[in-house]
Design a protein around this ligand. Sequence first.
Ligand SMILES: Nc1nc2c(c(=O)[nH]1)N[C@H]1C(S)=C(S)[C@@H](COP(=O)(O)O)O[C@H]1N2
Ligand SMILES: [Mo]
Length: 448
Amino acid sequence: MPLSRRELFALAAAVLQARGADKQGMIVRSTRPEDLEMPPDGFSTWITPVEKLFVRHHHYAARVEVNEWKLEVGGLVDKPVSLTYEQIRKLPRVEQVAVIECAGNGRGLYEPSVPGLQWEQGAVGNVRWAGVRLVDVLRMTGVKTGAREVLMDGADQPIGTMPKFQRTLPLTKAMHSGTLLAYELNGQPLPPIHGFPLRVIASGWASDSWTKWLSKLTLLDKDFEGFFMATAYRHPVKPVPPSSAVDPKQMRPVTDLRVKSVIASPVDGSSVAPGAVKISGVAWTGPGQVVEVRVSLDAGRTWNPARLGAEQSKYGWRLWEFMTPPLAAGYYNVMAQARDSAGDVQPLTAEWNPSGYLWNVVPRIGLAVGMPAAAKPAAAPETPPLPQGFKTHCLTCHEMDVITQQRLTKGQWEREVDKMIRWGAPVKPEDRTGIIEFLSGRYSPTRR
Ligand SMILES: Nc1nc2c(c(=O)[nH]1)N[C@H]1C(S)=C(S)[C@@H](COP(=O)(O)O)O[C@H]1N2
Ligand SMILES: [Mo]
């Protein structure tokens, strides 16, 4: 099926923007819409440079003409306002370093695997934001009694018949001093791909609540029922059996980030000369502060305290490093574990959840000292013959890359294909079975 005019336009805009943002060296999870993961070396600096910051959009990126743009604030307010970019820039300016982390960061590490972008570690960054407090905007409008949630709308348009990306913040989080509307990233105007001209910063929370290209805020007196609140971005209230389907009513929205450390160096599977080795990385948490990172060289039998870096900020990440004693030749299982001021400790094993959110398992790397690195089998390039209708039904809105990274059961593939059909993929009934057979045959949990 040829692209509609709107789709063509959105695509052209996305391509233009991709050229504008210099994101070389990123791990590409999806080329269209663009979903890019930070490579592991991004965990070696306190501030993540914009070229390394991960990118995640559900739809194609919006391109906003700032002269035609306004932020509308309405709903249960005393006085609705419509603010220009200049008016927002004149409000009291706040700077804040904060971790931005996708709720799905680490999804690719869950076993059994779950559908979605197979992020490993790098759907996260630590950025210096500048903007205004959301509460300062709400002071201008006043908030009527009974208002409970703030609905956030962005200027990006859905692909096909996908639902709009609409999220809400509870009023308490919206009024929190750490919640900003940001117009700058690392001292530069927000790049288009990261939400120019204005985006939400819900510090301490996963970034599905950090609406980009923000265009409208609406105060509501009840829970918003849109797809991205009522169905997506929900986490089981109680632990569930792996692979189970869980009713969204038994889940609640993802909010706080979890305490987590990542090892930046050495890289998993590398080989070093005998002697002392510097192990380093970063650690962060949601509410509270990281108070300790400890490192094990023997798969968790014994632990050593790491030194925390001097640079810190309430919502930022913390660099850490541990200098080992001289290491004899051998193979080492290196782990890192962070603990925060609330007493939360990084777990050793995952608690499975249906969408693969909030992965924060202790990272583990293999390190060869004075011996060759373990050989890794090279992945065979994927050039599968496609089934009938696949190109026109599936590869119109996105590319093959988003499919080849999945490892799903037949039931999971059926649910994915039917979701795509609901979202406007023009799959003919006679082609549906062939597509599901192809996907579940080739991209199944048993094929690694
Ligand atoms: N308007 C809009 N805002 C959005 C999204 C989106 O698709 N549309 N994706 C959200 C998600 S899930 C994440 S993880 C972050 C990613 O922000 P980044 O691309 O600047 O890293 O933006 C959030 N804000
Ligand atoms: Mo996300």
